[in-house]
Every structure is written in C-alpha cells, then in structure tokens.
Design a protein around this ligand. Structure first.
Ligand code: NAD
Ligand code: UDP
Length: 314
C-alpha cells in the first residue's frame, strides 16, 4: 500500500513511519519541520520504499495514496502557543486539504485527534461520548478547538462525501525521539533530572495525567486504520493515572538524580485530571497498552542519555 504520513518527521509520526516500513508499505513522509526533524527519519532515507517531502499541510497537495495518517500539528503547549494562529490553521486547513485529497484519490484517512477535545473534563475517566469542557477563547483553544473542528470536518466529509475515515483521540504519549526542548512534562522532567536542575512542577502537582508509551500508541493507530468495524472516535491511551508530583518523584528515583522539586505557577486552563476509558479500543481493536510507566520511563531515560540529538543538544 502507498501510505502518506503528515507530520511524519515528528515524535509519533517517525515511529509510525518505522512500523509502516517494517510492514513493507510504501511510505511518503510529509512535514514542514516546524517541530519535527529529518534526523528522526534519517535512518529510513536510504530505503527505496521511503520518501520525504517538505510541505505545509495548510497548502493543498496531490499525491496518489491509499492511506493517509494526518498527524501534522505541533502537540506541546509550548510549541502550539508559539504561533497560535498557525496552529489552528494547521488543524483546520490541514484537515480540509487532507480530506480533499482522500476524497479525490479515494484513500482511507485517519485523524490524530487528542484528549484535549475533552478540555478540563467533568466526566472521569473520559468516555468518547463525553462532549468535553473546552474554553473557546483561552491560550489552549488554538489547539483544542482546532482539533475539535478537525473532528467535525472528518465527520462531515464522511456523511456528505462518503470519505472513509478513522479518528483516534490520543492521550499523553511519551518515549524516545521526544525533543529535549519539547516542553512536555515527561521530557522536561527527564532532562532536568539528568542535568541535576530543579524539577519544575506547575501548580501543586496534584493534577493527573495518563501516560502511554509510544510503541503501544503506534500499534493502536495501525489497528484503528485497518479495522473495518468502527469509524467514530476511539480513545487511545494508558489508563494508569498519576499525579504530576508522582511522575516527578518516579523520574528522580529512576535517574538517581539529586534534583529538587520546585513549584511554578500553573498555566491557564491546565486540565485537572485526565484518564482514558479504553473500552472501545479493547472491543474494536483488541488492544490495550503493554508497557507500564516505569518500563517506558526507563527506555525514554536511556534514549536521552544515549542519543546525541536528544541530550547533548539541550
Ligand atoms: P510533534 O510536534 O513531534 O510532531 C508534529 C509534526 O507535525 C512535526 O514533525 C511538525 O514539524 C509537523 N507539522 C506541524 N505543523 C505542520 C504543518 N503545517 N505542515 C506540515 N507538517 C507540520 O508532535 P507529536 O507528539 O508527534 O504529535 C503528532 C500528532 O499527534 C499531532 O497531531 C498531535 O496533536 C497528536 N497528539 C499527540 C499527543 C502526544 O502526547 N504526543 C497527544 C494527543 C495528540
Ligand atoms: N507540567 C509541569 N512541569 C513541566 C511541564 C508540564 O508540571 O515542566 C504539567 C502541566 O502543567 C500539566 C502536565 O504537566 O499539568 C502535563 O503537561 P504537558 O504539557 O506534558 O501536556 P498537557 O498539559 O497537554 O497534557
């Protein structure tokens, strides 16, 4: 199959490209390198089944493909708030352009949506039927509302134009190839711990997140694309729920770091709790995560210690 991965040079996209190449697919990786890097896919460059295109999804493109994984969009709050207008354009125009392409070449298309569509949730754990609690005018809105509109576009192209869609709502995912300056909590804490710097916990650290290791996530995305039973959004994440303080303590222990935990102000609209209900993923994908937090953190710490791109460039 000919497969297009937008955002393919990013953290999740590059792991997805690896798996698709392993499966023997022809892969086109499309990226504008805003937060991704050629380095994430350079090991694939010599493979004749792999092609890299510099392109911005806010512009249309015509490619003959059978599958489209639409991952292009900065995912870290620090990155998506850097140019919020560009972020929302990437989600919305990117979805329009990729759905238009899917419609034209009759490709199946999967959208990388997010747990952020639930905002600061009042239903816990989050089920797909929950409509969410999102501030439409806050500093996270460019990302959250952009992703919500993208879901709307996917559903409307499906109902109106019979485009063959899949939607995954991804919960916090971590692992090797996260950028050391990414700004997300796992990479921040690991880099701080390895450098002996203070660990910056925002707020009182009692807010919770559920962390999924990247290999589990990629497996679920591939399964979602290739199953034929369910086209509505599916939560993908690890239901293990941890406070941010617990995460900090775990990382200090695993790195044997002397770093101290310090408290910094909580950013606006920071969700207080987050944990996926993954019944649908279990039922329709026969999937559940297999890597627990401690195991996944060890692998991620190894990456930051061993990768010149990862740790030394901080
Ligand atoms: P990332 O920032 O590492 O990757 C995003 C990629 O998209 C980068 O390579 C970037 O250069 C590219 N990109 C950004 N804007 C683009 C544009 N306009 N045109 C072309 N390429 C563009 O982030 P990630 O963690 O790999 O996230 C990938 C996708 O998964 C995103 O859509 C994100 O919203 C979604 N997601 C990720 C998580 C997570 O925890 N990692 C959680 C929920 C959703
Ligand atoms: N966070 C933190 N210190 C950091 C980075 C993040 O305490 O150095 C907190 C952040 O406020 C949030 C949680 O960790 O409560 C997860 O943040 P992240 O940016 O990784 O993802 P998101 O908020 O989008 O889930």
């Amino acid at each position: 199959m000919r497969v297009l991965v937008t955002g393919g040079a990013g953290f999740l996209g590059s792991h997805l490209c690896d798996r698709l190449i392993e499966q023997g697919q022809d892969v086109i990786c499309l990226d504008n390198y805003f937060t991704g890097s050629k380095k994430n896919v350079e090991h694939l460059a010599s493979n004749p089944r792999f092609e890299l295109i510099r392109h911005d999804v806010t512009e249309p493109i015509l490619l003959e493909v059978d599958r489209i994984y639409n991952l292009a969009c900065p995912a870290s709050p620090v990155h998506y708030q850097y140019n919020p207008v560009k972020t929302i354009k990437t989600s919305i125009l990117g979805a329009v352009n990729m759905l238009g392409l899917a419609k034209r070449v009759r490709a199946r298309i999967l959208q990388a949506s997010t747990s952020e569509v639930y905002g600061d949730p009042s239903v816990h754990p989050q089920v797909e039927e929950y409509w969410g609690n999102v501030n439409p005018i806050g500093i996270r809105s460019c990302y959250d509302e952009g992703k919500r509109v993208a879901e709307t576009l996917f559903m409307d192209y499906h109902r109106q134009n019979k485009v063959d869609i899949r939607i995954v709502r991804i919960f916090n995912t971590y692992g090797p190839r996260m950028h050391p300056n990414d700004g997300r909590v796992v990479s921040n804490f690991i880099v701080q711990a390895l450098q002996g710097k203070d660990i910056t916990v925002y707020g009182d650290g009692q807010q919770t997140r559920s962390f999924c290791f990247v290999s589990d996530l990629v497996e679920a995305i591939l399964r979602t694309m290739e199953q034929n039973e369910y086209t509505l959004p599916i939560n993908i994440g690890n239901p293990g729920e941890f406070t941010i303080l617990e995460l900090a303590e775990k990382i200090i222990k695993l790195t044997s770091s002397k770093s101290k935990i310090i408290k910094e102000p909580l950013p606006a609209d920071d969700p207080k709790q987050r944990k996926p209900d993954i019944s649908k993923a279990k039922k329709f994908l026969n999937w559940e995560p297999s890597v627990n937090l401690e195991e996944g953190l060890k692998k991620t710490i190894e990456y930051f210690l061993s990768s010149p791109y990862g740790f030394d460039s901080v």
